[in-house]
Write a new protein. Structure first.
Length: 289
């Protein structure tokens, strides 16, 4: 059972890590926490459902199309919820993001209804390990795809010209504009990338947990805990924090109670903050203009 819990915990942790990483990208770009990030996951899952179950497309193609469409949604979200308020107080932008999350949730209910739905698994079935441990191939798929996406995001940010532009804009928008960097385009790319990687999570999660229009809240709460545990502004911290949250959820639910999984996660969060208030990793960007 411990092996099963370990694999499922890492798989769920990978999902929370990607959602948290999407939060980090936006936080580093515009210095706000996007509380609508969980709704990106939910909408991505519903887009995947539309392509896979309603249009009968293969699941891999459905995931790719849903991710690309979520990139467009991310840009629309930036234009409508952040950009008009970019010079306002931070709390106004946070309230705007919360309002957008309500729009996403109710919009999903109007478009797809409130009845839970699901999508095909990338790889169906399960296998036995260690004699009696049953490992679902969907969990293994989640781990592999998540690790691949995280590696690609790292290569994009650290090894490409576009990534350097995005990081320069995140560090200092004013100086970036002085040297000719299109700040609006760079921020739009950051929002698109954040929504894209989070949207994929919805399609990967749907075969294990039914899609519904309220699932974004729970995912957002756990990803935020991962963000705080890992450290604001740190992509490696978001990844490690997500894995920790996934493992705590899996083992806490099995050995303590599934009812209080979220409570257990936040208890761990409090203990981490008692000994490491800045999180396990300090943010890469310490000061913004």
């Amino acid at each position: 059972m411990n092996l099963q819990l370990l694999v499922s915990g890492i798989a769920m942790g990978a999902i929370y890590a990607m959602v948290s990483m999407g939060m980090v990208l936006i936080y580093r770009a515009v210095n706000i926490v996007n509380f609508a990030q969980g709704e990106f996951l939910m909408f991505g899952g519903y887009f995947c459902y539309t392509f896979n179950r309603l249009l009968n497309l293969p699941i891999i193609l459905s995931l790719i199309l849903a991710a690309l469409l979520m990139g467009v949604v991310g840009v629309i979200f930036m234009v409508t919820s952040y950009w008009p308020l970019r010079n306002a107080q931070v709390r106004a932008i946070i309230v705007s993001a919360m309002g957008a999350s309500i729009v996403f949730k109710e919009g999903a209910r109007l478009i797809w209804g409130s009845i839970p739905v699901t999508v095909d698994r990338v790889i169906d079935g399960a296998t036995k390990l260690g004699g009696s441990a049953i490992i679902q191939w969907q969990n293994v798929t989640i781990i592999v795809i998540s690790a691949t996406i995280m590696a690609l995001v790292y290569l994009l940010l650290e090894k490409t010209f576009i990534g350097h532009i995005m990081q320069a804009t995140a560090q200092d928008q004013y100086m970036a504009s002085l040297v000719g960097i299109p700040v609006v385009l760079s921020i739009a790319l950051t929002f698109a990338l954040s929504a894209l990687i989070t949207g994929i999570c919805g399609g990967l999660l749907a075969p294990l947990f039914f899609l519904n229009n309220t699932m974004g809240f729970t995912a957002n709460a756990k990803a935020f805990a991962a963000l705080v545990i890992g450290g604001f502004g740190s992509v490696p911290g978001a990844i490690l924090g997500g894995i920790i949250v996934g493992l705590v959820e899996a083992f806490g639910g099995a050995y303590i109670s599934t009812t209080y999984q979220l409570v257990i996660i936040y208890v761990v969060l409090v203990f981490v903050l008692m000994f490491r208030p800045q999180g396990l990793f300090s943010g890469k960007i310490q000061e913004k203009a």
